[in-house]
Design a protein around this ligand. Structure first.
Ligand code: PMP
Length: 360
């Protein structure tokens, strides 16, 4: 018997189950389960990556100055207040590690991101999950859940897998209502798909207790490369920088991300395609009698009569080589989360939905 004991909290962590990537025996699989970009990675980033690969023998920049400057320039932010990580996952981890520990509570919304409870247990803190109201973040419920042990509130906006957006005025009300020693984190992984949303930029610029996190995994099409960033008050970013490993991002990650963030045409093209195909998918679902909210992201949460109906349709999708996401762990056993694809992919999804509806 081993006498080596894990740290408190670790055994509470459920092993992460990623989205399915293949279906046995098929080579025409359409993966719409992880909210990836249907156009792939931007050619500008692929070129920059190949160029940077000539320098694989060199250690990467430790301060990420060039990438932070590029992000700052494009988004109108102070580079000194930006921190970069291995996906926004790592930035969220820095936040939990730097500002909470055993005995503390971290509030997270029920429909945020499945990594939140993992990160919270990782630092020995206690997750406090606050339900949403009609699939939209409930500011009053969050404020009511704050105790004197609360250190952080983790909020995804727009939500995942809900796809709904909490309006600016409500975000402001939340920021204003929190005690000054509680940090509000606005996880804006899907910001670029949300109409008129600044990702929390204004709040993170103005308030002493707000940090926003962003990712290169969605609209920038670089999920496989793992790059994210956070922005907030300089004193908080400085604390997080102390626990960041000096070489957390490789030369190829840094180069590709810098090229991608400067590639505004790419972002515009991807956002426009998403608006078009999302409207088409939502329209088709509703026409077939499937409930779904207006999405402000690159996925749609389709809600069915019950879990059995969602499971049956999931099987029909798989038989047609299409992988969508069941979101049981998120508390939506009756729903499927479908990533918005390009025109041809959306056509395939609608064809399967139509066939399923005709049969039922
Ligand atoms: N936040 C949300 C809401 C997400 O959906 C995801 C990825 N699915 C992330 C954060 C993490 O993204 P990444 O680590 O790839 O930047």
């Amino acid at each position: 018997m081993t006498k080596i004991a894990p740290q408190p909290g670790i055994m509470e962590i459920a092993l992460y189950e990623g989205g399915k990537a293949t279906i046995d025996g098929r080579d025409d699989v359409l993966k719409l389960s992880s909210n990836e970009n249907p156009l792939g990675a931007p050619p500008s980033a692929q070129l920059a990556l190949a160029e940077a690969a000539r320098n694989l023998h060199r250690y990467p920049s430790t301060d990420h100055a060039a990438l932070r400057e590029a992000i700052g320039e494009v988004h109108g932010l102070d580079p000194a207040r930006i921190i970069c990580g291995v996906g926004s996952d790592e930035v969220l981890q820095f936040i939990c590690q730097a500002f909470s520990g055993p005995g503390d509570e971290i509030i997270h919304t029920a429909h945020g991101f499945s990594m939140y409870p993992v990160l919270i247990h990782m630092v020995g803190a206690t997750p406090v999950c606050v339900p949403e109201a009609e699939r939209v973040v409930d500011v009053d419920a969050i404020l009511a859940a704050v105790s004197d042990k609360t250190r952080i509130v983790l909020l995804t906006n727009p939500g995942n897998p809900t796809g709904t957006l909490l309006p600016d005025a409500d975000l402001q009300r939340l920021a204003d209502g929190l005690p000054e020693d509680v940090l509000l984190v606005i996880d804006g992984a899907y910001t670029e798909y949300a109409k008129g949303f600044d990702g929390g930029t204004r709040l993170a610029s103005d308030q002493p207790n707000v940090i926003m996190t962003r990712t290169f995994s969605k609209i920038y099409g670089l999920g496989g490369l793992r790059i994210g960033w956070g922005y907030g008050p300089k004193n908080l970013i400085d604390v997080m920088t102390r626990i960041r490993q000096p070489f957390n991002l490789s030369v190829v990650q840094l180069a590709a991300a810098e090229a991608a963030v400067r590639d505004r045409d790419w972002v515009e093209t991807c956002a426009a395609l998403n608006v078009q195909q999302r409207a088409r998918l939502v329209g088709a679902l509703r026409q077939l009698g499937v409930a779904c909210d207006d999405s402000q992201t690159n996925f749609v949460l389709a809600r069915f009569a019950d879990a059995a109906e969602a499971a049956a349709l999931d099987q029909v999708f798989q038989a047609d080589g299409i992988i969508v996401r069941r979101v049981i762990g998120y508390g939506f056993p009756e729903a499927l989360r479908i990533t918005v694809g390009d025109a041809e992919q959306t056509g395939r999804v609608i064809a399967t939905l139509t066939k399923w509806r005709e049969r039922t």
